[in-house]
Design a protein around this ligand. Sequence first.
Ligand SMILES: [Cu+2]
Length: 496
Amino acid sequence: MLTTLRSFTISGFVVGALLWPGAGPAAAQPGTSLAPAGWDDTIKLREAVDKNPDPSIVEIDLEARLAEVEVSPGKVVKAWTYDGGLPGPLIRTKVGDRLIVHFTNNLDQDTTIHWHGVRVPIEMDGVPGISQPPVKKGETFTYDFITPDASLYWYHPHVMSAAQVGFGLYGALLVEDPGDGVGIEDELTLVLSDIGFDKTGTLEPADSGGPAGMVFGREGAYVLVNGRVRPTLKARAGAPQRWRIVNAAKSRFFLLDMDGQPFVTIGNDGGLQEEPVTSGTVLITTGERLDVLVTPTGAPGSTLVVRAMLYNRGYGSVQYRDVEEVFTIQFTDEPPIKNAKLPVVRRTITPTDPAGATRVPVVLTLPPAGKDGESEFRVNGVPYWEAKPFLAALGEKQIWEIDNDSEWDHPFHLHGFFFMQLDEKDQPVRPLGWKDTLNVPMKTKLRFLVHFNERPGEWMFHCHILDHADGGLMGTVLVGPGQPSTSQHEHHPRKP
Ligand SMILES: [Cu+2]
């Protein structure tokens, strides 16, 4: 029996949200591909090669090096890459698997790998001078940890992050739960980003635009999906797809629109959320992930463009700017699937009890530029290079009250721990879900509850507009017993 939970109309499309299992059309049975052959050939990510026969261990080699990458026909950029491609290879594990990455740095400068969102031991967090020494040119480092939670994550350097991420160093890590019950066979991991380069393929300098570039957060002119400019995927109209999306751009936000057709969000940073949310657009700020179900619909043979709409994250993000075409869906000539049934994906989440939590004020400011024209973002009155660590006892719960008193949005990222957003009455924001990156809009206060219940160490927090991070908007929280590092500042200097 099919159970209709709700239906809605957006731009003339009526979609029923129904439960598996059902006596619905054969076309909508879980686990059945409805996509045309080769539907994602021109867009899908290359994948890392697991060289370990143990089914619960994924062991790969990964190399950072320069490479020429063609992002669209005739457009070649001399990028910084993992394994010669842009983005880096998709790493796929199952929840609970051990991941071993033999990393080699063949760049001309130090680097590391940070595993964004994964609850790794501090030694694996990839922050130079805090969790590990920087990996110097020609050196290797082995990352080795369990992937304990199903979700989409991503990896990138934590050395001169704005430069190195902006130049192309990022990739997706998909930790799958075979029993998640979503049952949409046609799934795509989408790494959204951008890159800037000139006619000779030379990368735009990391300091382009000077202090104003830092304050805005530099965006590359070429918007990329899985390393390509405006790629096309083939689809049968009306067939459900699951998109796992990460925003790996160093500054650009993506407010995605599909001609008003609905997105059903079933999860975000920390896996599935309590219940689905349907919307006409979805916003993915830097560092965030989304897990969405879509049923792109149109006439056979027609196309549907997924666009990034204008979103105001600060001056310059909506002025003199146009909507961007991100990628195109090309419908085949097959007859559309009518009224495809999407699963209603639920997850039981027990919220952390805020009782006894310590309140931690976090005020983000951007004072007027100094006489030298330089600007710096500050956390509680100081930029990162003058900051002392926040402190938390092992087992302590804290409510971080992020007061963004600047005129710029800041996607606030905490390493190593998921948190839960609270409303102004300290109640968890519904639907419940786990976050590691929360966009705090300009002139807005948001709060979240975090339980520092494990893995003592010094963990970073920072704005994931990486120019803002390098411009001062970073800090650390020292969890549990231990001493703050003394060498961290030399690795995140005022002027790299
Ligand atoms: Cu910021």
